[in-house]
Design a protein. Structure first.
Length: 470
C-alpha cells in the first residue's frame, strides 16, 4: 500500500482519530481483516463477523505491529473510529481503496466478470501479465465489497497491473466495485444461470455483468471491452460500452480465436491461437477444455499490452493452477485420480466438469460425486435432473449424490436409457467419502463438484488423505 499517515487516512475514510492514536503515525500496509495477517505498519480493519467480533482482536493486532485499527466500536488500541456499524466500516474501506487506486497512475486495472470461470481466468491473467511487470490479483475468489478494496490496497507505486475479479449478487454491485477501482480493460466471460434464484432471469444477470463494460473509459481514452463472441448475451454488451470492443472465442469472426482444439490423456487442452494475423500453438497446463475460452480472454488482454502470439502462447503454457479446489488433480497409488473441483458449482461449470471427467476417464472407470447447485431459483429441479442425465450420458460407473437438495440428479440419471451405472444417495461428506472408498478400483477417476455451501472439497481431501480407508 502507498504509505499514508493516520490523519490523512481519517480524512479519506471520514473517520475520527481515537485518543490513543498519533495522527502522524504511518500505515504502510497491509490492510487486513484477520489479525493473524498483521505485519508491522498494517491497518487492521475490525468487522463484526458471524462468529467473532474483530474489535476483540484489536490489542492482538497492535501487538503484531499494526499501526491502528479501523472499526466502529471504541477500543483501547490506537484507532480510526467510524460512526455506524460494519456497513460503514466497509464503506470507509472502499473510500480508502478508491483514493489509493487514483494515486496509482502507472497501474493498469483489469476487471474480470462472468457467471463461471472468473477465478481461473483471473489467475491465468495475473500469471501472464506478471511477465510484464509487478501484478496484484486477489487470492482465491476475493471478489466482493470487502475483498475488492483489500486487493487494491495491496498495490503500491511499483505495481503495473491490478487484476480484479468482480462478482455480483444483485444489480448495481459490479458498478459499485468499478467505482472503487475503475478498470481500463473489462473482460466478460459468459452469462449463465449462476445466482438465477437471486436475479430471476438470464437477462437480469446480463444486466448486472454488463455494468463492467459500462464503467470502462471511452475508446479514445484507452477503454477496452473484451467480450466472448460465442455468448450472445456477452457479445451483445458491445452496444452498452463506449470502449473499443475486442472479441474472442471459437467463432470465425472473433478477433482472438482458437482452432484445432484437442485434449491429451490428462485432460489438458491444446489449440492453435489466432491473434493479430498471427498463429501460435498453445498447450495449457490447466485441466479441462473449458479453459480454452478463459485462455483466449487472457490472450486478448495480453495482446493489448503488446505481447505477440508466441509470447502469449509461452506464457499460457507456463501458467498453472493457483486457487484451491478448482480442477485440482491428485494422483494416488494404484493409478487413481482425484479431481477436486468443489469450490463452487452452477449448471455450466458442472457440465464442463463432467465433460472433463469423460476425457480423463477414457478407457477408465469414472465416479462422479455431486452436490447441489445453489441459488438456481425455480429452475433448480430441472437443472439438477439435467446434470444427473449428463453424468449418466458420459458413462460414469457410479454417481454419488450428496444431500437432499441434489436428489433430482438421481432422478435424471435413472431416466437415461441403457446406462448401467450405480446411483448412491448419501447425506453428507463422510458418507460420500466412504461410498467412494467402497467402490474405488485401481485406475479409477473421481471428480467432486458442488456449490460452496455443500463443502464437498472435504470429500476429496478425505480420499486423498486416506482418512476413510478401512
Amino acid at each position: 500500500m502507498i504509505a499514508l499517515t493516520l490523519d490523512r487516512i481519517a480524512e479519506i475514510t471520514q473517520s475520527r482519530i481515537g485518543p490513543s492514536a498519533r495522527p502522524e503515525s504511518v500505515v504502510t500496509g497491509p490492510v487486513v481483516i484477520d489479525s493473524r495477517q498483521v505485519r508491522p505498519g498494517a491497518l487492521f480493519v475490525a468487522l463484526g463477523g458471524e462468529r467473532v467480533d474483530g474489535h476483540d482482536f484489536a490489542d492482538a493486532a497492535i501487538a503484531g505491529g499494526a499501526t491502528a485499527v479501523l472499526g466502529s466500536r471504541p477500543v483501547a488500541a490506537p484507532q480510526l473510529l467510524v460512526d455506524g456499524g460494519d456497513d460503514d466500516v466497509v464503506a470507509a474501506l472502499a473510500r480508502l481503496a478508491r483514493n489509493v487506486a487514483g494515486r496509482l497512475t502507472e497501474a493498469d486495472i483489469v476487471g474480470v466478470t462472468g457467471s463461471s470461470g472468473k477465478t481461473s481466468t483471473k489467475d491465468l491473467l495475473a500469471q501472464v501479465l506478471g511477465r510484464l511487470g509487478p501484478t496484484i490479483a486477489p487470492v482465491g475468489s476475493f471478489n466482493n465489497e470487502i475483498g475488492h478494496p483489500l486487493t487494491v490496497l495491496r498495490a503500491d507505486q511499483d505495481t503495473r497491473f491490478i487484476v480484479l475479479e468482480v462478482a455480483a449478487r444483485g444489480i448495481g454491485h459490479i458498478a459499485h466495485l468499478c467505482e472503487i477501482a475503475p478498470p481500463r480493460i473489462g473482460v466478460v466471460l459468459n452469462v449463465g444461470s449462476a445466482h438465477m434464484g437471486e436475479f430471476g432471469s438470464r437477462a437480469n444477470i446480463a444486466t448486472a455483468k454488463g455494468e463492467l463494460v459500462e464503467a470502462l473509459p471511452a475508446a479514445a481514452d484507452g477503454g477496452v471491452a473484451v467480450l466472448n463472441a460465442d455468448d450472445d448475451a456477452v457479445i451483445g454488451m458491445a452496444e452498452r460500452t463506449r470502449a473499443r470492443v475486442v472479441s474472442y472465442g471459437l467463432s470465425e469472426g472473433a478477433d482472438v480465436r482458437a482452432r484445432d482444439i484437442a485434449s491429451d490423456s490428462a485432460g489438458r487442452a491444446r489449440f492453435t491461437l489466432e491473434i493479430g494475423g498471427r498463429t501460435a500453438p498453445v498447450r495449457l497446463a490447466l485441466v479441462g477444455v473449458h479453459q480454452v475460452h478463459n485462455a483466449l480472454a487472457v490472450a486478448a488482454v495480453a495482446a493489448e499490452h503488446g505481447m505477440d502470439a508466441d509470447a502469449i502462447a509461452a506464457a499460457l503454457a507456463a501458467a498453472g493452477p493457483v486457487s484451491r479446489w478448482r480442477m485440482e488433480v491428485t494422483e494416488l497409488d494404484g493409478g487413481v485420480t482425484i479431481v477436486n473441483d468443489a469450490y463452487n458449482a452452477n449448471p455450466e461449470s458442472m457440465a464442463a466438469a463432467l465433460r472433463t471427467l469423460a476425457v480423463l476417464a477414457e478407457q477408465r472407470r469414472a465416479i462422479a460425486v455431486l452436490g447441489h447447485m445453489a441459488e438456481l431459483g425455480d429452475g433448480a429441479r430441472a437443472e439438477h435432473e439435467a446434470m444427473g442425465r449428463l453424468a449418466a450420458e458420459t458413462g460414469v460407473a457410479a454417481l454419488v449424490v450428496v444431500g437432499e437438495e441434489a436428489a433430482p440428479m438421481a432422478d435424471g440419471a435413472r431416466g437415461v436409457a441403457g446406462w448401467q451405472g450405480e446411483i448412491v444417495r448419501v447425506a453428507g461428506v463422510a458418507d460420500a467419502a466412504a461410498a467412494v472408498r467402497e467402490r474405488l478400483r485401481s485406475k479409477d477417476v473421481v471428480i467432486v463438484k458442488g456449490s460452496r455451501v455443500a463443502g464437498l472439497e472435504h470429500v476429496a481431501e478425505r480420499l486423498v488423505s486416506g482418512e476413510d480407508a478401512k
